[in-house]
Design a binder for this molecule. Structure first.
Ligand code: G6P
Ligand code: MG
Length: 219
């Protein structure tokens, strides 16, 4: 909920689809695997995978298959998708940052606002490093330590703890439905970017981060 008198002190960024367009790479890697398996998969189904862990994403994709997959086969397939994904992120550079991200981060730092990354991706550190941002954030959540994925608020609460800012003084930025729900349940102010239908549960919906004003007005 937006309370204009609250001066927010922390901003927690999701990574894939917020800082950089790796959401597209996740889609392409899943699409390649689904095509190989002859399983129907499209962008609409993909919207529901945003913010969802690798193995849970695979479970959702395999719902469209009438074949049985053992746990071992599922881990093999999830790993295969990850290999495709890792191949795609290898070539990433700071040029792959989404519009407005660099300026927003600079402005937040100048104003003494603490910043964190809350991504369930086990590849988050590689991506941040390729983008030249590994030293930039005050705190990066370690996905290995998170027991409950989004829409559970755990990852955002962990990030708030990591930057030592009360959750109600934090803003969370997400491109996924599960992520917006996680932010809302953490008692933070939610900002949704990207696909409107996906993030319409957010307190504020923006196309992207190219205009920082709606965020700076909350500080
Ligand atoms: C993010 C993405 C999801 C992805 C998840 C796990 O939340 O939005 O699409 O499935 O991270 O990523 P990983 O790199 O560990 O497979
Ligand atoms: Mg995302």
């Amino acid at each position: 909920m937006i309370n204009k008198s609250v001066k927010h002190k922390g901003v927690i960024f999701d990574l894939d689809g917020v800082i950089t367009d790796t959401a597209e790479y996740h889609y392409l890697a899943w699409k390649k695997l689904a095509d190989e398996l002859n399983v129907y998969f499209d962008r609409e189904i993909n919207e529901n995978l945003k913010g969802i862990s690798r193995i849970e994403s695979l479970e959702i994709i395999l719902k469209k298959s009438d074949k049985f997959f053992s746990e071992e086969e599922k881990y093999y397939l999830a790993d295969k998708k990850n290999e495709y994904y890792k191949e795609m992120i290898k070539r990433m550079t700071p040029k792959d940052l989404l519009p407005g991200v660099v300026d927003l981060i600079k402005e937040l730092k100048d104003r003494g606002i603490k910043i964190a990354v809350a991504s369930v991706s086990k590849n988050a550190k590689t991506v941040l490093s390729n983008l030249g941002l590994i030293e930039t954030f005050d705190y990066i959540v370690d996905a290995e330590k998170i027991k409950n994925g989004k829409p559970d608020p755990e990852i955002f609460l962990n990030a708030a703890y990591g930057i030592d800012v009360e959750p109600k003084l934090c803003i969370g930025i997400e491109d996924s439905k599960a992520g917006i729900e996680a932010i809302n349940r953490a008692g933070m102010l939610s900002i949704g970017v990207g696909n409107y239908e996906t993030v319409k549960g957010a307190d504020i919906v923006l196309k992207d981060l190219s205009d920082p004003l709606p965020i700076l007005n909350l500080l």
